[in-house]
Design a protein around this ligand. Structure first.
Ligand code: NI
Length: 208
C-alpha cells in the first residue's frame, strides 16, 4: 500500500521534533558536563594547599614532598575505634585493586587530627596495618589545624562518655583524591566502595 500523501506533513513534523529533542538532550548533557567541570574548578580552589607536617618517620614534609604522586588524603586518628580503620581498609583495598604500576603512583595520607597522642612512632605502628603506601602525618596543634583548614576538614576534641578522664575526637570522614600536581580532583564520602575509588583513580590516570 503506498504511503498516503496526507501523512507526509505529519511525518516531517515528527522527524523535526525528534531532531529538536535530540539536540536539546545533547545541549543539556553538555551543560551538565560543563557544570561538573565548573564544580570541580570551584572546589579545586577551596580544597588543598600548602602544608608542613611531620611524617611517621619523624621527617618534616610539605605538600611539595608528594608532588608526582596521586594522594588519598584522610583526616583521622589512630585511637579511632571503627570509622578510621574501616576507611583505611577501604583505601588499602582500592590500591590493591589497581594494577601495580598505577598503585605505585598513589599514596594514602592519614593526617592525624589528634597529634597529642599520635606521635610519629604511634603512627608508624598504626599505618603498618594498612597498604605499604600509607603515610601517617602529624605535627604541632597549629600545623594540624592549618592543614585541616586547607582541606575544610572538621574535627573536635570531645569528652569520652564512658571514660570522663579520657577524650575522643569527632571528625569528618572524607577521602580527598588529589592529583599528582597536588590539586584537588575528587572526594569520596564515608561508605564509598573500594572499587569506586579504584576506578576513579584509574580514570584520572588514563586521562592525564
Ligand atoms: Ni575516626
Amino acid at each position: 500500500m503506498p504511503f498516503p500523501a496526507k501523512y507526509i506533513p505529519l511525518m516531517i513534523a515528527l522527524f523535526l521534533l525528534g531532531g529538536v529533542s535530540a539536540m536539546s538532550l545533547y545541549a543539556s548533557q553538555q551543560e551538565r558536563l560543563n557544570g561538573e567541570q565548573r564544580e570541580t574548578q570551584r572546589v579545586q580552589a577551596l580544597i588543598g594547599g600548602s602544608f608542613e607536617m611531620v611524617d611517621h618517620n619523624g621527617k618534616t614534609v610539605t605538600d611539595k614532598t608528594y608532588l608526582g604522586s596521586y594522594l588519598l588524603v584522610y583526616f583521622g586518628f589512630t585511637y579511632c575505634p571503627d570509622i578510621c580503620p574501616t576507611e583505611l581498609q577501604v583505601m588499602t583495598e582500592a590500591l590493591n585493586m589497581l594494577p601495580a604500576k598505577q598503585a605505585a603512583k598513589v599514596k594514602i595520607l592519614l593526617v592525624s587530627i589528634d597529634p597529642e597522642r599520635d606521635t610519629p612512632k604511634q603512627l608508624a605502628s598504626y599505618v603498618s596495618n594498612f597498604h605499604d603506601n600509607t603515610v601517617g602525618l602529624t605535627g604541632s596543634l597549629a600545623q594540624v589545624k592549618k592543614m585541616a583548614r586547607t582541606y575544610r576538614a572538621y574535627y573536635k576534641k570531645v569528652k569520652d562518655k564512658d571514660n570522663p578522664d579520657d577524650y575522643t575526637m569527632d571528625h569528618s570522614s572524607i577521602v580527598y583524591l588529589m592529583g599528582s600536581d597536588g590539586k584537588y580532583l575528587s572526594h569520596f564520602a564515608y561508605g564509598t566502595r573500594a572499587k569506586v575509588i579504584a576506578d576513579k583513580i584509574s580514570s584520572y590516570m588514563k586521562n592525564s
